[in-house]
Design a protein around this ligand. Structure first.
Ligand SMILES: Cc1ncc(COP(=O)(O)O)c(C=O)c1O
Length: 387
């Protein structure tokens, strides 16, 4: 495969250290050598999740992690509230429904946040305290909206529902204080800000969620997190079944990089890259789908000009300029393209991506101010650091 500038919001490019780690020889997933690596992974992830709770590794993509949270912490017939403003929020809601939960949705137009007050109002209406969980997707990768997990936690107030967060495209890129904010379940995956290949999901689980797992009545086997907990609490843990050893090597190396950079600097880097991309897009005369106040620092969603099909933009940028942009998803398929800037990103790759976007639009007969956009993007790097 020829070199391609991979600018989709996951899987992301891999740092050289991660690539090298993956060439280590195969080993036993039950042996002490691998157990030491897994111990360091789980301890390192505790820092990234900002929690002292158990971290449970799974061999699955992110969706497997979401399904695990549903089958362990919910039972058929449970009422659930879904904070719902995009494709991935809806996926989480659908998984819960498929396993028999009765899901209510508090919605917003795609590209807009769900007001925390609307969530609070729905929870206040639940005077019998029937909701067992509130589901929220922190970085709604389909629209580029940042859903404010802390505000949802505050909206819960003293409601006993578990707060379960899809942080698949956000953990390790933007702040998520699992313990500090009081989040019960956080799900993430290896191929996003953890700068590793796809193949593993990780969940943090609060004591309250473990209590729910004991009460849950639905069947579960591969995804029974209690088996994972027994492993995770060993000095040299593994997973209950065969681990994705090579992916684990990658995550181990990536966590070393995150630790060396320091989480605050990692978040700051994501803020800078996001700001640069947005400045570039606007400098070209294009519009973002999401206003800056609610835009997430992991992906920027760009409206394509009227009369252009986002799918054609993506295909042309790929075939002509070797740049892979994310396509729109679901109802936004034709309206937007997405530029991922999470995990291992470099400003020169993003600038090349912006240039390819501008040139593509010109090639398709809709010229934009590509040079002005690139200048605006680089100028934004000189501006004082955003808060
Ligand atoms: C927010 C979010 N949730 C869920 C998923 C699904 O994860 P996976 O494709 O790893 O199953 C994604 C993937 O892009 C995502 O961004």
């Amino acid at each position: 495969m020829s070199e391609i500038n991979l600018l989709i919001p996951g899987p992301t490019p891999l740092p050289p250290e991660v690539m090298r780690a993956m060439s280590r020889p195969m080993t036993s997933h039950r042996g002490p050598a691998f157990g030491r690596i897994m111990r360091e992974i789980l301890d390192g992830l505790g820092e990234v999740f900002q929690t002292r709770s158990d971290i449970i590794p799974l061999v699955a993509s992110g969706t497997g992690g979401l399904e695990a949270s549903v089958v362990n912490f919910l039972s058929p017939g449970d009422r659930v509230l879904s904070v719902n403003n995009g494709h991935f929020c809806e996926r989480y809601a659908e998984i819960a429904e498929r396993f028999g939960a009765r899901v209510d949705r508090v919605t917003a137009e795609w590209g807009r946040p769900v007001p925390a007050e609307a969530v609070a109002a729905r929870l206040r209406e639940d005077t019998r305290r029937e909701y067992r969980a509130v589901l929220v997707t922190q970085s709604e990768t389909s629209t580029g909206v940042h859903n404010d997990v802390r505000a949802v936690r505050e909206a819960l107030a003293d409601h006993p529902a578990l707060l379960m967060v899809d942080a698949i495209s956000s953990l390790g890129a933007i702040p998520l204080e699992t313990d500090g904010w009081g989040v019960d379940v956080v799900v993430t995956a290896s191929q996003k800000a953890l700068m590793s290949p796809p193949g593993m999901a990780f969940l943090s689980v609060s004591e309250r969620a473990w209590e729910a797992a004991e009460r849950a009545t639905g069947p579960r086997f591969y995804f029974d997190l209690r088996r994972g907990r027994a492993e995770a609490r060993k000095p040299h843990p593994g997973t209950p079944f065969t681990t994705a050893i090579t992916v684990a090597y990658a995550v181990h190396a990536a966590l070393g990089l995150i630790h060396a950079e320091g989480l605050p600097r990692v978040f700051e880097r994501h803020r800078r890259m996001a700001r640069m991309v947005r400045a570039g897009v606007r400098g070209m005369g294009l519009h973002t789908l999401v206003d800056d106040e609610h835009a997430v620092n992991t992906v920027t969603t760009v409206r394509v000009p009227d009369g252009v099909d986002g799918r054609a933009v993506g295909a042309h940028a790929r075939d002509r300029y070797a740049v892979l942009l994310g396509s729109g998803i679901g109802r936004l398929e034709q309206a937007i393209v997405r530029i991922g800037h999470l995990g291992y990103t470099r400003q020169e790759w993003l600038l090349a991506g912006l240039e390819a976007l501008g040139r593509t639009l010109a090639d398709l007969g809709h010229p934009v101010r590509t040079e002005a956009g690139l200048r605006a993007a680089t100028d934004s790097l000189e501006a004082p650091a955003p808060l």
